[in-house]
Design a protein around this ligand. Structure first.
Ligand SMILES: Cc1cc2nc3c(=O)[nH]c(=O)nc-3n(C[C@H](O)[C@H](O)[C@H](O)COP(=O)(O)OP(=O)(O)OC[C@H]3O[C@@H](n4cnc5c(N)ncnc54)[C@H](O)[C@@H]3O)c2cc1C
Length: 385
């Protein structure tokens, strides 16, 4: 087989799907998405917690959310497909003066950048929203009503279905095995089912992005890191519009999922690697933190067989790496460090802008480029969950 495309996208997860859709929005339709699995969503996207928030600590992440969240809210009108966006909010709960001061600094930056529905809350206001929290050590917190959750699978499928309706080709069950480079830059990709000639190639390979970059001789500092999620059986009695609640004292967080909850916690003992098996020991650890903050969670029922693990693609400064690679024609859309679902719309827009116009009005694209590491311009995001 020998094909040609204006743009080849490697990876059909939520990021590759958004890039494809945003290219069509800008009129570029000769786009081919190559996905090695026989169906979409087998990478990180299908494992995600689906949280979306604008409550970040850096301007670049806040700006990406300010573009992305309205897209989720209007997804049905924009793409003709549901995103299942639920604006229940994110509630950050602080128990130390340092955490409270940190939330206030973030709040000031967020409002200065135009985030409207974020507010600082007192302990009493937090208790009024979630009375089940153990609260004697709570000093206050922050809440943003436009934060919430989406169905990542649905967003991915929606972006891709709409892109395909506009002429994008999605080839599944086809692995990219090499990237051809000539004197001008990228010339195409080699796949398990033949070659594709293309002058623009997007690396949207999620946790496998470093290996894909390597195919073009580029080094991408991204490592896979396992994250585990624990759903619970139905648990009545919690507030109707329960937000994502983050206990900053431990990092334990939870949100409603069906009639039960979905619980997460960043295990500091986790080490990088392509580990995707769920470790049952994690249940004991997370329940300790859960019951510590929400005493009635002692009655939570958990079926270990329903828990799962997936991979974060972690960059050195916990910000995405988006933009041109050292090899002309190769573009990165990688390293989301746990924010790739919520930032998929902005990533699609920025990547399409950079491919087609060489610049984007959304933000200063230099903030996200690979060169920032060599040039010492890293942006540490501390609001990582
Ligand atoms: C447990 C967990 C919870 C999370 N919670 C959140 C959250 O609440 N909010 C949030 O925003 N983010 C969250 N994330 C992160 C989010 O899921 C990812 O950032 C996002 O899904 C990345 O999407 P992607 O398209 O880049 O990667 P993926 O979904 O991994 O897609 C990459 C695709 O590339 C394909 N591929 C790889 N190599 C090749 C190749 N050589 N040839 C062809 N195809 C290839 C893979 O098969 C895969 O389908 C979470 C992640 C995990 C694991």
């Amino acid at each position: 087989m020998s094909e040609t495309a204006d743009v080849v996208i490697i990876g059909g997860g939520i990021v590759g799907s958004s890039v494809a859709w945003h290219l069509t929005e800008a009129g570029c339709r000769n786009v081919l998405v190559v996905e090695r699995e026989t169906q979409q969503g087998m990478g990180s996207t299908g494992k995600s917690m689906g949280g979306v928030r604008a409550q970040f600590a850096t301007a670049v992440n806040i700006r990406m959310s300010l573009y992305s969240i309205p897209i989720f809210a209007a997804f049905q009108e924009i793409t003709g497909h549901p995103s299942e966006y639920k604006s229940h909010g994110y509630l950050f709960v602080a128990t130390t003066p340092a955490h409270l001061a940190y939330l206030r600094r973030n709040f000031e930056l967020q409002t200065a950048l135009g985030l409207k529905r974020v507010e600082m809350l007192s302990r009493e206001e937090i208790v009024a929203r979630v009375p089940q929290l153990r609260n004697e050590d709570i000093l206050g917190g922050s809440f943003c009503a436009t934060d919430g959750f989406v169905d990542p699978y649905s967003v991915m499928k929606g972006f891709m279905a709409s892109a395909v309706e506009r002429g994008v080709r999605l080839w599944r069950g086809m692995e990219v095995t090499g990237i051809d480079v000539d004197a001008r830059g990228v010339a195409g990709v080699r796949t398990s089912r033949g070659n594709i000639a293309a002058r623009n190639v997007v690396n949207a390979a999620g946790p496998w992005a470093a290996a894909v970059a390597h195919m073009a001789g580029a080094e991408l500092p991204i490592v896979p890191l396992r994250r585990m999620l624990v759903p619970t059986e139905p648990f009545p009695g919690l507030p109707d519009r329960l937000p994502m609640v983050i206990d900053m004292s431990t990092g334990f967080h939870f949100r409603p999922e069906g009639l039960g909850l979905l619980m997460a916690w960043n295990d500091p003992d986790e080490t990088p690697g392509f580990k995707t098996a769920f470790d049952p020991v994690f249940i004991e650890k997370i329940l300790t933190h859960a019951v510590n903050r929400v005493p009635c969670f002692e009655d939570l029922q958990v079926n270990p067989h329903r828990a799962w693990a997936g991979l974060y693609a972690v960059s050195p400064d916990h910000h995405a790496i988006i933009g041109p690679a050292p090899v002309p024609g190769l573009f990165f859309a990688n390293g989301f460090s746990g924010h790739g679902v919520m930032h998929s719309p902005a990533t699609g827009r920025i990547t399409a802008d950079l491919i087609l116009n060489g610049s984007t009005p959304l933000l200063d694209a230099r903030d996200l480029n690979l060169e920032r590491f060599a040039e010492g311009r890293t942006l540490e995001e501390t609001a990582v969950l």
